[in-house]
Design a protein around this ligand. Structure first.
Ligand code: C2E
Ligand code: CA
Ligand code: CA
Length: 763
């Protein structure tokens, strides 16, 4: 307590309220003390009463007797009144009254000069100063007042003796000394009181905050645990007990080691606390009493209890929050149909992976994978089948995640894989081969076989480009090239791809325009029976009535047969023409025989090819027996062999004949002839041309004729230009021929006249 808060002389509190509080607190002691004082005074003076009795009869007795009586009575009255005092003020009133009345009575008593008078003169002020606990001003007043009174009483009755000055001086010194004693004692008492007050207040505050902490600890709805560093649980709150699903007791005997789903997490947690003294937002998974695993955020702080290191930790369960965050994240970053990451997620991943590759100086390969037949499937079998196909493709690609960084769906039938740091180019190639093989297996969907075949575009960092968007463009270009080159294959990006593709695109665009404008029509070249010389049918060959370049042969628009999409459109367009022509001829009574159309390998990419062709014939009212299809050996070598088998069977079963074109130039094995339902073999015109002057060609032609006959097939010779060639072939057993010797390919309008002339010639 600062000293300046006390009065300078009295040593009392300046603040009356504080002084009152001080007095109030001491009141019981004050009362007890003053009661004792009054009682002593009454008893002592009652004893003096007896000694005073010896003066009975003397003149002094007249004054001493009533004075002594007053002293005894006032002590008793004050004793009684102080016993009823409730406050310090009331008590003080009694004390002051006692002091003054007692003082006056003693002054009268000492005036009678008993032998004890001088002692009483010095004693009374001392008692007032030291033994009566009134307020300081009253102590001074009563001390000085009583000194004056008793001094007067002592000195008045007789003329001043030899030492009145000395007595006054003595009295003054006594008063001063007592003043100092009281002042100092007051000061010390109050300082002591203040100190205990402060101490008590601090203790109370401590007790309050402890109680508050305990209540908080117990009632806070967050699970809290106090544990020793060895993991022993020392204290838990109600929320912890509820959360863990244990009883207070059973939780108390456990250690934190039992909670961690991954015990290594505990070591990390402890290490961090040891390092920083605290830890917050430490995510881990814990096992509750019922065995369930929850994701939580732990916070912990080191604290010392009874000199021993402890940790107080709180647990916030974020299992649900994480689940819903995960749900939101999945919805935003994953494709709902396949469950694979979506384009947005892929893009951010690509950026990250590229940045990392740049940091590590490593490489990265992008595989852009696209379903070849999704559009056809959607158009012919509906979007549900399309969706099933996409899902199937995703399911087949998904296991590859083990050996690559991400498998994502970009949209439609387009997927992408990142091979971050491919161990070698062989590994990347192996991955590509694996995808192509996996996807080649047709997908059985509700009784139909859908083609799951894909084309792949490949681009690499840093070989091809460095920016994510550029790399994607490169892979896209490679993919389009793979598609243009016949699908079901993979192409690695190269800078000249763009120019090639642009050229291709412009040609394709022109051809598409020509198809739209009806500039592309079939010309017909007769097939002649070598024995009878009669026309058995025609081969339809495409011609382009080009507005600038005139009539163009297929050599100028080969792209139409190679591009997988265009070849399908082209083939249908031409067949529709052919069917219409046949129908018109039949209606006009012209027997055109069987008409052959050429099918390119690219057309077989489309699973629905045979069905579509048969539908077109049917719609035009043309019997399928009027149609023959010419295929080359390369179709067996393509990646679409399974489709080819199905298509050829369908054709065969519907009565469409199948001819193997350009025989001898390809790489087909003889096995194919047995395996597929082939009706005719067409000897390539290259061999026929050299028949008369090249022994090898002659040998090949002879062998083919033998083979065909052996297998019971029709053998057709192409490009027969001379009568010599014709007679040789006829002789060797070739059944049919085709070539300029008979007629070049002619417009449809020329066919009826040609047939009529033929009729005439044969007749
Ligand atoms: P190809 O199927 O081998 O057709 C025979 C080719 O030989 C035709 O050429 C025809 O005009 C030509 N030719 C016929 N007789 C003779 C002859 O005595 N001497 C010579 N030097 N040539 C003869 P064209 O019409 O130019 O067709 C070339 C190729 O284009 C065809 O060869 C065929 O593979 C393809 N092609 C034609 N039209 C179509 C079509 O509509 N679709 C498909 N996919 N390919 C077609
Ligand atoms: Ca042909
Ligand atoms: Ca041919």
């Amino acid at each position: 307590m600062p000293a300046q808060r006390l009065t300078p002389f009295g040593g009392e509190f300046r603040d009356p309220e504080r002084e009152a509080a001080f007095q109030a607190e001491r009141l019981p002691e004050t009362l007890r003390h003053t009661r004792l004082l009054f009682l002593l005074s009454a008893c002592l003076n009652a004893a003096f009463f007896i000694s005073d009795w010896s003066l009975y009869g003397e003149s002094n007795f007249q004054t001493t007797f009533p004075a002594r009586l007053v002293v005894v009575l006032i002590a008793l009255v004050c004793f009684w009144s102080i016993s009823r005092a409730k406050t310090f003020r009331q008590a003080q009133r009694s004390m002051i009254a006692w002091e003054w009345i007692n003082g006056a009575a003693v002054a009268i008593l000492v005036s009678s000069h008993t032998e004890l008078a001088l002692f009483a003169v010095l004693m009374l002020p001392s008692i007032y100063y030291l033994a009566v606990p009134t307020a300081f001003r009253w102590t001074i007043a009563s001390g000085i007042g009583s000194s004056v009174m008793v001094l007067f009483g002592y000195m008045l009755p007789e003329p001043a003796g030899s030492s009145p000055i000395g007595l006054i001086l003595l009295m003054t010194i006594l008063n001063l000394a007592l003043f100092l004693v009281v002042s100092r004692s007051n000061r010390l008492q109050r300082m002591g009181w203040s100190a205990t007050q402060a101490e008590r207040r601090a203790k109370n505050e401590l007790a309050d905050s402890r109680a508050m902490f305990e209540t908080l600890f117990k009632t806070v709805p967050i699970p809290l645990l106090v544990v020793r560093v060895d993991g022993t649980i020392v204290e838990t709150n109600d929320a912890a007990v509820r959360y863990v699903g244990a009883t207070q007791r059973s939780l108390g005997i456990r250690t934190t080691q039992e909670f961690y789903a991954d015990p290594r997490d505990r070591d990390v947690f402890l290490a961090r606390i040891r390092k920083d003294g605290q830890i917050s937002n430490f995510e881990t998974r814990i096992r509750l009493a019922d065995g369930s695993i929850r994701t939580v955020l732990l916070a912990g702080m080191a604290l010392e209890i009874a000199g021993e290191p402890h940790i107080i930790s709180s647990v916030v369960d974020i299992t649900e929050r994480k689940a819903s965050e995960e749900k939101i994240w999945r919805a935003a970053s994953h494709d709902p149909l396949t469950g694979l990451p979506n384009r947005a997620y892929f893009q951010s991943r690509l950026e990250q992976d590229l940045a990392q590759a740049e940091r590590n100086g490593s490489s990265l390969t992008l595989l852009l994978v696209d379903l070849d037949d999704l559009r056809n499937t959607n158009e012919t079998m509906g979007h549900l089948a399309g969706d099933a196909l996409i899902k199937e493709a995703a399911d087949r690609l998904n296991p590859l995640i083990e050996s690559c960084d991400i498998v994502a769906r970009l949209g439609g039938g387009e997927f992408v894989l990142i091979l971050a740091e491919p161990p070698s180019s062989d590994a990347a190639q192996a991955m590509v081969d694996r995808i192509l093989t996996d996807m080649r297996r047709p997908f059985a969907h509700q009784g139909d076989l859908l083609s799951c075949q894909v084309s792949i575009g490949i681009a690499s960092y840093p070989d091809h480009d460095r920016q994510p968007s550029d790399l994607m463009k490169d892979a896209g270009l490679a993919l389009r090239t793979a598609k243009a080159l016949g699908r079901g294959r993979a192409e690695i990006y190269s800078p000249d791809m763009r120019a090639q593709l642009e050229e291709r695109t412009s040609i394709t665009r022109d051809i598409q325009g020509a198809l739209r404008d009806g500039q592309i029509v079939p010309f017909y070249q007769p097939k002649v029976d070598l024995k009878t010389g009669r026309t058995t049918g025609f081969e339809a060959l495409a011609r382009w009535h080009h507005p600038v370049h005139g009539l163009l042969t297929p050599a100028s628009f080969l792209a139409a047969f190679e591009d997988s999409e265009l070849s399908v459109i082209f083939g249908e367009h031409l067949l529709r023409h052919v069917a219409a022509d046949i129908r018109r001829w039949l209606d006009a009574g012209v027997d055109c025989g069987r008409i052959a159309v050429n099918l390119s390998t690219a057309q077989f990419n489309w699973v629905g090819l045979a069905k579509r062709f048969l539908d077109i014939l049917h719609d035009a009212g043309v019997p399928s027996e009027r149609l023959e299809v010419e295929i080359t050996e390369t179709v067996f070598l393509g990646r679409n062999a399974p489709h080819v088998v199905t298509a050829l069977r369908q054709f065969h079963e519907s009565g469409v004949r199948i001819a193997l074109d350009d025989f001898g130039t390809g790489y087909a094995s003889l096995l194919h002839l047995k395996q597929f339902p082939i009706d005719d073999i067409k000897i390539d015109q290259g061999f026929v041309r050299d028949l008369e002057n090249d022994a090898d060609s002659t040998a090949i032609v002879l062998a083919v004729i033998q083979l065909g006959r052996g297998l019971g097939m029709n053998v057709v010779a192409e490009g027969v230009e001379t009568a010599g060639q014709a007679s040789f072939l006829r002789e060797k057993g070739c059944t049919q021929a085709q070539g300029y010797l008979y007629a070049p390919p002619m417009a449809a309008a020329a066919v009826p006249d040609y047939l009529q002339q033929q009729e005439v010639r044969c007749a």
